[in-house]
Design a protein around this ligand. Sequence first.
Ligand SMILES: NC(=O)c1ccc[n+]([C@@H]2O[C@H](COP(=O)([O-])OP(=O)(O)OC[C@H]3O[C@@H](n4cnc5c(N)ncnc54)[C@H](O)[C@@H]3O)[C@@H](O)[C@H]2O)c1
Length: 357
Amino acid sequence: MLHRRRRIAVVPGDGIGPEVIAVGLQLLEAINHHLQLNLEVVMKDWGATLWLQEGIGLPAGALDDLSANYDAIYFGALGDPRIPDMAHGKEILLGIRQGLDLFVNMRPVKLLDESLGILKNKQKIDFVVMRENTEDLYTFIGGNFKKGTMDEVAIDQSVHTRKGVERIIRYAFEYAQENKCQKVTLGDKSNAISFGGSLWQRVFKEVSREYPSIKADHLFVDVMAMEMVCHPGRFDVIVTSNLFGDILTDLGAGLVGGLGMSASANIYPGKIGLFEPVHGSAPDIAGKKQANPIAALLTAGMMLDFLSVPGVLLAIEQAVILAITNQEVTPDLGGLQTTSEVGQFVIRETIRCLLGE
Ligand SMILES: NC(=O)c1ccc[n+]([C@@H]2O[C@H](COP(=O)([O-])OP(=O)(O)OC[C@H]3O[C@@H](n4cnc5c(N)ncnc54)[C@H](O)[C@@H]3O)[C@@H](O)[C@H]2O)c1
């Protein structure tokens, strides 16, 4: 079957970003070849080097080009010690998330193999966090007063809009319904953060009434963090604001093998999405061939899933489980393999699984 052409913009970024994305691209190439998907990849050199050499973060017209001419963005990571304020990252990554209004940051927390679990009481961990992706403290509204003096005041505003809160909560319920999940749990801090917290509470109650078959659950976010550790099996879908989601999903990564295992999707339903591993540029291991490529490989699977290519994500997961069982993993998972060696193993097993071998 000849598939319609799908164009993917690839932003490897900084640090280990290019190392794990190189492996992800090999996987996409192999899948493209075997399934004849008609994928076209276009590389983008956005990152620290372009920023430092030419002062360019997100080039002029990039957002219009992305939304008009691409189906997805495959993204590595940004972050460079030479740019301590992450100015380029704010312009590029947050620029794309907010500029394309990618309001859903979907981050699965799934323990693929029990050996990666760090919890004493073994239980199934398989839930997804829907993090609001365009508001909260990431709007950079605020400022300094008397900066650099002993009287300095620093203010960051946490922004929550009715529209922003409603659409992420609705997406969480829609996702739960489509994927036969039993429960959506809201994580907020409405007992202390009155105005935004109350908005999340009211909208959650209102929207949940439209989905009577799904249990609407609530936890204050501090208790939610504890429950993720003590009883992670109680969660199906978590919906939460931008900052809480950011923190909770790193905790989630810790439960399932670390940042090298966690994939994510930034989406606006029906439009272009950005797909990236949850981890950053990891300068401490960059260039050492130690970066775990599994998060980037699972991310490629999520991207194909969103591009309506069925079965690939599952095949990648099966291949990853096999890699873990056979100790074909990088040092973060206790193995001795390099980024590329893990990649070759997972790619080979993914293709075997897809071909039914
Ligand atoms: N989406 C993004 O681009 C993004 C996300 C988080 C952090 N950052 C940036 O990345 C830089 C480093 O941040 P950080 O150290 O807080 O977070 P990080 O995720 O880069 O690294 C945290 C720790 O996890 C390890 N780690 C991360 N990914 C790994 C992988 N694939 N395999 C093995 N180990 C891995 C690192 O070695 C490090 O010890 C900073 O500039 C930060 O702002 C970018």
